[in-house]
Design a protein around this ligand. Structure first.
Ligand SMILES: [Zn+2]
Length: 270
């Protein structure tokens, strides 16, 4: 199982940091690959954190990618198939620039209330559109609202993918305030933490240069979730970070499903 997961990861990941802990690359080798390649980060040795962005590609994703590029940092984007279809260039750019893409369903339904066929369709259609647009399949699933049940877990297992939740929120969708978002993330930041944010929240994108600078000042390396998982590679159907599914405050970090929380549509012009 572990081997299968590692192989799947290796095949679909750009050769940056995604599986560096499984198979560390030497620094000298990394230098040979040229200046555009980031030096691989070994999270066993340095302080890592994974910043994750749900519901995109959002209309501000381009600006967010500029910021990550400038700070030589990596993010993980849990994308909705419907927006990959409407903003393919953003999804493609995420992969080209070495970020990780995860599956966040096609239309963001409550999976616990959906039929098994619907769950499968939502996940498989998103796999397909991401592959079509970026050339790579997502290797992880984050269910909308962080909600799942044993059917979702079983389907994830069949699809060969772990379920990725988070253990630190930003409440960006609720506060829509740059300082509040910055301070909330710093409050929740911890080594090997997984932070939830949204690239459709304009204030999140605006505060990101300051936030990345603050985190870097504290010694953090911003890496993809798969880099964090590294040697501890999660098996298909397993939940990561370990124990996050038991966190009762977890769902309060995620938008409640109020349409206002999803202030974008495929037709919003970007
Ligand atoms: Zn979501």
């Amino acid at each position: 199982m572990l081997l299968a997961a590692s192989c799947a990861l290796a095949m679909v990941s750009v050769p940056t940091t995604a599986w560096s802990a499984d198979k560390p690359e030497t620094t000298s080798k990394a230098k040979e690959t040229g200046k555009a390649k980031p030096v691989p980060v070994d999270c066993a040795k340095v302080k890592c954190i994974a910043l994750t962005f749900d519901d995109g590609p959002g209309k501000y994703a381009d600006k967010l990618l500029d910021t990550f590029k400038k700070h030589k940092s990596k993010a993980t984007f849990f994308l909705e198939g419907q927006y990959v279809k409407s903003r393919p260039a953003f999804a493609k750019r995420m992969v080209t620039e070495g970020h990780e893409i995860g599956n966040h369903s096609y239309t963001h339904p409550h999976l616990r209330e959906a039929s098994e066929d619907k769950i499968r369709d939502e996940l498989i259609n998103t796999q397909d559109i991401v592959k079509k647009v970026t050339g790579k399949y997502p290797t992880t699933i984050r269910p909308p609202y962080g909600e799942f049940d044993e059917r979702v877990t079983a389907i994830a297992k069949q699809m060969g993918m772990p379920i990725i939740l988070w253990n630190g929120g930003s409440r960006d969708w609720a506060t829509r305030n740059e300082k509040a978002i910055h301070d909330e993330v710093l409050k929740n930041a911890k080594r090997d933490g997984v932070i939830l944010m949204h690239d459709w929240v304009e204030q999140t994108v605006k505060v990101m240069p300051k936030l990345l600078a603050s985190l870097q000042k504290q010694g953090y390396h911003m890496v993809s979730v798969s880099s964090l998982r590294g040697a501890k590679a999660t098996a298909p159907g397993d939940v990561y970070p370990v124990g996050s599914e038991k966190d009762e405050g977890l769902t309060s970090d995620s938008p409640t499903g109020d349409p206002d929380d999803f202030a974008q549509s495929p037709a919003d012009g970007s």
